[in-house]
Design a protein around this ligand. Structure first.
Ligand SMILES: [Fe+2]
Length: 314
């Protein structure tokens, strides 16, 4: 048997079934609303989901909530898994790599994260162990897994007459990192994103997956917005998740925002009950566990990333 290359190792590679290409997003819109809330990366945080739903319910007018993947992750307990699945699937949902690797695992994909080189091997190993533990819980929910398997990988929405592409990863694949803050920090990454916006004929691409938020404007009036994680802190010394709001009208309380044509694109804080979530997390993932080793520091005090870095002008 041939040895795997580093790029093919579980958690590193991108399964063939994840790929669609930006041209697939040039399809007609399947969702229309005056206001969209887009929340990727809840990561099994039941408290964050509860707060997200409260904020969404308070939104007035014609609206839709899209959970664009990775709503499961730390919820390796049947009641929590079941509740999150039911609440999320009561709205519009895309499958992320987590849901895909639970419902329809690709041979050797591990967590399906397609982690790039700048993510260390330890993180990849922990993620592969977390998905294994979550699979043991999920296998008792066959009906729910069938529903997860049937979820789309992307969708196009129309907001105020503008087209919005919604993905989990990037314009090319479900687990792509092309809309990560790291890739968008480089000129070639921004050029590729602009090409994808044009190929999909969208005003805005909204993504998640890479776990840190970024709102990148372009000179032609288009935007790539990545909400980072709705269910984990996204900035140093903070304890709130982030969701994306795209609307024909602005709302108060945004962390930062930008205009794209007729649209107001905003990052909204999801100020969940940190103490309750921390208790739940520690009960499931105590010190020494894979999730604790990879994520507890971030859950308690945020990542090494500053809020002003997320808003990037053209
Ligand atoms: Fe993901």
């Amino acid at each position: 048997m041939a040895a795997r290359s580093a790029a093919e190792a579980p958690g590193r590679g991108c399964p063939i079934g994840y790929r669609y290409g930006a041209a697939a997003l040039s399809a007609p819109a399947s969702l229309r609303a005056d206001t969209l809330w887009i929340a990727g990366g809840l990561y099994g945080n039941a408290e964050a989901l509860q707060r997200l739903l409260e904020l969404y319910e308070a939104e007035q007018g014609d609206k839709a909530l899209v959970c664009n993947g990775d709503f499961h992750w730390f919820d390796a307990e049947p009641a929590c898994f079941s509740t999150i699945n039911r609440l999320v699937l009561g709205h519009v949902a895309l499958r992320g790599n987590v849901e895909t690797e639970l419902a329809d695992p690709a041979e050797g994909a591990g967590c399906g994260c397609a982690y790039p080189e700048f993510v260390g091997d330890k993180v990849v190993e922990h993620s592969n162990q977390i998905i294994e533990r979550l699979r043991k819980v999920a296998r008792n929910f066959s009906t729910e897994l069938q529903r997860l398997k049937a979820l789309p990988m992307y969708l196009v929405a129309e907001v105020g007459g503008e087209r919005v592409g919604i993905v989990h990863g990037d314009a090319q694949s479900l687990a792509g990192w092309g809309f990560s803050q790291e890739v968008l920090a480089c000129a070639p990454g921004r050029a590729a994103a602009q090409e994808s916006l044009a190929a999909a004929n969208v005003r805005v691409f909204a993504s998640s997956h890479s776990c840190l938020p970024v709102l990148q404007s372009f000179a032609d009036g288009r935007i790539v917005v990545n909400n980072g994680a709705a269910g984990m802190p996204n900035f140093r010394a903070t304890r709130y998740g982030v969701a994306t709001r795209i609307s024909v009208r602005p709302a108060g309380g945004a962390l930062y925002g930008a205009r794209a044509g007729r649209l107001h694109v905003e990052a909204r804080p999801i100020d969940y009950d940190h103490a309750a979530w921390q208790r739940r997390f520690l009960a499931l993932w105590p010190p020494g566990s894979d999730a604790h080793q990879s994520y507890h520091r971030r859950i308690a005090g945020g990542p090494d990333y500053e809020l002003p870095l997320a808003r990037r002008a053209a």
